[in-house]
Ligand binder design. Structure first.
Ligand SMILES: NC(=O)c1ccc[n+]([C@@H]2O[C@H](COP(=O)([O-])OP(=O)(O)OC[C@H]3O[C@@H](n4cnc5c(N)ncnc54)[C@H](OP(=O)(O)O)[C@@H]3O)[C@@H](O)[C@H]2O)c1
Length: 424
């Protein structure tokens, strides 16, 4: 049988892993690899691969049936992928930002051109999460997808938890060990989890969710003392992507949460990812594994390439892998319409009546307190106060917080975090 010709766009961490795996598979011929700098030495045998810095060498080559996009970024890559699709190429991509922002247009274009776009590696790295949602759980109505979707933030939070490191030290260590990018903003400020959660929500609920409507909060405001106080309350702090159906619409968000210490997500450590999917027939499914890294991600990319190749050689191939997603966009509900229990850390003047003032502000807005504790007083007379509320509306909590901020005894609001709730 004739080999399938592949062009790889990008030969960095993931692209090199993909080239290695495909080199060992006799069904494929990697003809091209496009990079920014063709003179850079590469950690992969490229004896039979043409390396170019002109991506159109791949796009214009009629022999290339599958375009593997592992370059990253959006603007240039979006244009290249659109042109590739228009020229009849099937696409495999690991690019979560691209799919979260332009998935709707890309799948529509692919449908019109009778080609397929696969993106298993875009969420959960090596974990077969997209195919599980798209195919394995097709018989279910999915009510909720929730999990740890970013290895960098999980590595940082685990290191703060286990070694008592502060955020900056934990980030620096993650960078030194290759678990965090030199520019970590996408990860630590929540963008990456928001892209991935948007994709999962679109697949789970069958309607493209507008990524701009997805609420996000990063982990930069979390201190080592938040981690240790959370532990005293019986929780671990984890960066969570959450997508669930609610009476008022789709609740899709990406933010750190206090996860009960006995919940399986709390024991997911280091750069691992883990996702819970709640389906009407299956109940709860948990997937756990490496969410990033060269070979785990290449495993997902090449899995897509092989799936595509098997289908391409079928006589009646149709792009049957394409997700069943309504091209009409949905908005995630406003965060103000959500409900959670909250953790709050603040600094207040250490004078009598402070706790009473807090109680009054929460009471006035119908927020009920679960626990409250005060931590040591600084030389400047400031006490750290940490509290947990019962479940309340975001609106009520925000109003109480505004009142607390305006109280003369409040010196500074530290951080407010939401508490994770089991699927009902
Ligand atoms: N790394 C992971 O663990 C992981 C996990 C899941 C998903 N992903 C996704 O996989 C993609 C690639 O990630 P990566 O970590 O492999 O990135 P990377 O190491 O930075 O590699 C990017 C590669 O793409 C090339 N490139 C970038 N822009 C290009 C352009 N406009 N034209 C031609 N070549 C271009 C670069 O060329 P030069 O080498 O010449 O600079 C480099 O070879 C991203 O979308 C990322 O989100 C990565």
């Amino acid at each position: 049988m004739a080999k399938i010709t592949v062009g790889i766009l990008g030969l960095g961490t993931v692209g090199s892993g993909v080239a290695k795996l495909l080199a060992d598979d006799a069904r494929f011929r990697v003809k091209w690899a496009a990079v920014r700098d063709a003179s850079k030495p590469r950690d992969v045998d490229l004896a039979r691969v043409r390396v170019t810095d002109r991506p159109f060498d791949i796009i214009d080559d009629p022999e290339v049936e599958i375009l593997v996009e592992v370059a990253g970024g959006v603007d240039t890559i979006y244009e290249l992928i659109k042109t590739g699709i228009e020229r009849g190429k099937h696409v495999v991509t690991a690019n979560k930002e691209l799919i979260a922002k332009h998935g709707s247009e890309i799948f529509e274009l692919a449908h019109r051109n009778n080609v397929t776009v696969l993106f298993e590696a875009a969420v959960g790295g090596g974990i077969p999460l997209i195919s599980t949602l798209q195919r394995g759980l097709q018989a279910n109505r999915i009510s909720r997808v929730a999990g740890i979707l970013n290895g960098t933030t999980n590595y940082i939070l685990t290191s703060m938890e286990q070694r008592g490191a502060g955020f900056d030290a934990a980030l620096a260590e993650a960078q030194r060990l290759g678990f965090a990018e030199a520019d970590p903003r996408d990860d630590v400020e929540g963008f990456d989890v928001a892209y991935k959660t948007t994709i999962l929500a679109s697949l789970a609920f069958g309607s493209f969710v507008d990524v701009e409507s997805v609420y996000k909060q990063g982990i930069t405001g979390i201190t080592d003392s938040d981690i240790s106080v959370a532990r005293e309350f019986g929780y671990k702090i984890k960066m969570i992507g959450l997508a669930q159906r609610r009476a008022g619409g789709l609740d899709v968000r990406a933010h750190p949460m206090l996860v009960p210490a006995r919940h399986p997500l709390a024991s997911v450590e280091g750069s691992n990812n883990a996702i819970f999917i709640s389906g009407s027939a299956v109940g709860e499914v948990m997937l756990l594994g490496p969410g990033a890294g060269q070979m785990p991600t290449a495993s997902a990319v090449v899995g897509d390439v092989i799936n595509l190749a098997s289908a391409l050689r079928l006589p009646d191939f149709a792009p049957y892998f394409q997700p069943a997603i309504d091209s009409k966009r949905s908005q995630a509900c406003s965060i103000e319409d959500c409900e959670s229990a909250f953790y709050l850390r603040l600094e207040a003047t250490d004078t009598p009546g402070v706790i009473g003032n807090l109680g009054h502000a929460f009471g006035a807005h119908n927020v009920s307190l679960n626990s409250i504790l005060q931590r040591g007083v600084t030389a400047g007379g400031a006490a750290t106060i940490v509290l947990l509320t019962h479940k309340t509306s975001e609106r009520s909590f925000a109003r109480a917080l505004r009142e607390i901020e305006s109280q003369p005894t409040t010196r500074r609001i530290g951080v407010a975090l939401r508490v994770f709730e089991q699927a009902s």
